[in-house]
Design a protein around this ligand. Structure first.
Ligand code: NAD
Length: 500
């Protein structure tokens, strides 16, 4: 383990502190294998200290006026904009994606911060006058207390920003557990959040892996857990957190299909499919990793392959089309799944395994890879590869293509490419997937809406950001009140339940 690199700090009670742990992991640039920093796997005492700081801060933060909270996020969005280039450079160095895509990652999080600055109107209760004689009922949406977030490696800016701004803007305090693979940009965003005015203890950060996540799930003072990551870990987090009485929302893994109908605008459809399959080296939960080509669209494979072949692979800092995958282990896994696809009889139309990037020979690079003739029982189909690998399947009709998608266990994102309104409408109505794109390849909703997901891609009723997350991070209280004026008679005792 390298000694000369910086240690990533914990944030507890407003102070960036060095962990006392004996367990550290290297953060590695996936294009070069350079060790950039070391991240601690926090101790149980450190997790407890972060939760205690958040619990203490909640006492005053929950009473902080809505406008004061909102103005912090107004300032925060400005600071993120001003530091965009620096944030993108950190993100690219530790995660691998291109600088342009790193800015996209930050921007999609920034949109949530902008929304958090304006959340007051979504946190208003309801009021009904005279629900009984002289009796009124109203509701208030109160914050829950200490909430926690656990985030994946693939969007180290956007996904933390899905979580803590909305939780804090609605009056909660927060403990964030970023991905241990690339926490550096997250920490820079956290520093900017403090600079924007988030008070001590309102936002805390602990680093770590499984044991820290389990400690968060079990901690009696944490009221809600928001998780984004793989289906296996998310299912575990959901079960463990809800078992201890917490609210939980888990946005999880995917296998996103596009349907390409023969009436689609061919050039647009192939360009969009290529970008969505191979952009970010396929490491997006909304990447299109399967395309179902319907009827004559099956003739378009050579043009699709030509477009994919034309993409440039290289270090993210040079802004190619796609950078490396996150780790050597991820690279080995992607390559072994490609080998398995060949063994299982899929036709390898384009093989990205041999790609060489001059000057970056040790980087985790794999180029765009395309299989045709893919069948549901193949590993390349039923596993989430999370690399630049596109599986092509064939169907005779739209109905058949919809049936393929609905039979897959995942329901994160999907898209149809067509010029037919009737076909698009049928698709929208019948497909059992959370995010649906119509000639839009990666339909991640903006924060006026909430991200969702169906079947194995999501557990919990409410989504992150948007209106739904206000419900997730607040508790409805109903107040039923009656005021007596001086002339009111003392009346008589009623022993029935009805309001009079
Ligand atoms: P991951 O599940 O390995 O890790 C996510 C988080 O869980 C990390 O913070 C990690 O430290 C923690 N973790 C890992 N193993 C654990 C264990 N055994 N017990 C407890 N916690 C554990 O996911 P990843 O590889 O970082 O991210 C990629 C996955 O995330 C993909 O499956 C992708 O589809 C999914 N994802 C989903 C969405 C969505 O919105 N649905 C968005 C982005 C990523």
């Amino acid at each position: 383990m390298s000694q000369s690199v910086p240690n990533i700090k914990l944030l507890i009670g407003g102070e960036f502190v060095e962990s006392q742990t004996t367990e550290w992991r290297d953060i590695v640039n996936p294009a070069t294998q350079e060790v950039l920093a070391r991240v601690p796997l926090a101790t149980a005492d450190e997790v407890n200290a972060a939760v205690a700081a958040a619990k203490e801060a909640f006492k005053t933060w929950k009473k902080t006026p809505i406008g004061t909270r909102a103005r912090i996020f107004l300032k925060y969005q400005q600071l993120i904009r001003e530091n965009m280039k620096e944030l993108a450079a950190i993100l690219t160095a530790e995660q691998g994606k291109t600088l342009a895509d790193a800015e996209g990652d930050i921007f999609r999080g920034l949109e949530v911060v902008e929304h958090a600055a304006n959340i007051g109107t979504l946190q208003m209760g309801e009021y009904a006058e005279n629900v009984a004689g002289g009796v009124d009922t109203y509701t208030v949406q109160q914050p829950l207390g200490v909430c926690a977030g656990i985030t994946p490696f693939n969007f180290p800016a956007m996904i933390p920003l899905w979580m803590f701004p909305m939780a804090i803007a609605t009056g909660n305090t927060f403990v964030l557990k970023p991905s241990e693979q690339d926490p550096m940009v997250t920490m820079r965003l956290v520093e900017l959040a403090l600079e924007a005015g988030i008070p001590k203890g309102v936002l805390n950060v602990v680093h770590g892996a499984a044991s820290v996540v389990d400690a968060i799930c079990d901690h009696p003072d944490i009221k809600a857990v928001s998780f984004v990551g793989s289906t296996k870990v998310g299912t575990h987090v959901y079960q463990r957190a809800t078992l201890s009485g917490k609210r939980a929302q888990c946005m999880m893994g995917a296998k996103n299909h596009a349907i390409v109908l023969p009436d689609a605008n061919k050039e647009q459809a192939l360009n969009q499919l290529t970008g969505a399959a191979f952009g970010a080296a396929g490491q997006r939960c909304m990447a299109l990793s399967v395309a179902v080509l319907v009827g004559e669209a099956q003739q378009w494979i050579p043009e699709l392959v030509a477009k994919a072949k034309g993409l440039k692979v290289g270090p993210g800092k040079d802004n190619p089309d796609l950078g490396p995958v996150i780790s050597c282990a991820a690279l080995d896994r992607v390559k072994s799944l490609i080998a398995r696809g060949v063994e299982e009889g899929a036709k390898l139309e384009l093989d990205g395994r041999g790609v060489k990037v001059a000057g970056f020979e040790s980087g985790n690079f794999v180029g765009p890879t395309i299989f045709s003739g893919v069948k549901p029982e193949m590993a390349i189909y039923h596993q989430e590869i999370f690399g630049p690998v596109l599986c092509l399947m064939a169907a005779d009709t739209l109905d058949e293509a919809i049936a393929i998608i609905n039979a897959n266990p995942n329901g994160n994102g999907t898209a149809v490419f067509t010029q037919s309104g009737a076909a698009a409408r049928k698709f929208q109505e019948e497909i059992d997937v959370g995010q649906v794109g119509i000639n839009v390849p990666i339909p991640v909703p903006v924060p006026l809406f909430s991200f969702t997901g169906s079947r194995a891609s999501k557990l919990g009723d409410l989504g992150p950001y948007g209106k739904q997350v206000v419900a997730f991070y607040t508790q409805t209280k109903t107040v039923t009140s009656r005021w007596f004026d001086d002339e009111a008679s003392s009346g008589k005792v009623h022993t029935t339940i009805s309001l009079r």
